[in-house]
Design a protein around this ligand. Sequence first.
Ligand code: 13P
Length: 257
Amino acid sequence: MRRPIVAGNWKMNTEPGPSLDAMVSALAHHPSILRAHHAGITVIVAPPFLSIATVAQSMHGTAVHIAGQNCHHEESGPYTGEVSAQALFASGATWVLVGHSERRRDAYEDDALVGKKAVAAVRGGLTPIICVGETLEQRTAGITHNVIAGQLLGALAIAGRDVFAASVIAYEPVWAIGTGLAATPEQAQDVHNHIRNVLASAGVSIPVLYGGSVTPENAMELFSIEDIDGALVGGASLKPDSFGAILDAAEATWRVA
Ligand code: 13P
């Protein structure tokens, strides 16, 4: 059974204060949230660490789940500047992104570390959203399938089947992130189907979200693709109305007739 999910990754945007409060209040009361919830769609937002507790409090009693954008692979200890899955959970998060391409790029996270983070997340009570995706150079070189399989199997070798079975995958082609250039339906379906096959060969069947320049304009087309189970939205999740419009597209796609 498919479990549609739409998540908004706020990245390093918003800061605590009145403008965040106004945005969160608009989101909490947005009619699209309730409609999506009734259609069986899981709605998630991933604020910066410092706003997780406040956003979680404001979203309490709504259908919006809270995610961290990253977590450390250990529960506690001498890791200056890091945040544990336990701390995220205690602050109100129930989900966490791991292995986002911006962390692979800026914090040199490799597949093994991503696998360890997925383990830490599940141990801390969070559902990991494991991100994978190829760069433009890799796509141009024709090695997209190999890269994606390597990322999945590299993390799976560390995390194990049970942790993967409790996770969600987000396919985010690096060249589509923040560029306004989303994957075409053919490109997205090709990789999503590949991801499903790689996971199936390991006995895992979990939702696969698409991320990379998802907007209210292209959401419906992306959601209608066979192997897409939802979206991980960056820029367009920062405005309640555009995030709401993407939720509406999800609702129209997955509403039980
Ligand atoms: P954009 O939607 O801004 O392209 O970002 C996608 C993303 O990286 C979500 O995690």
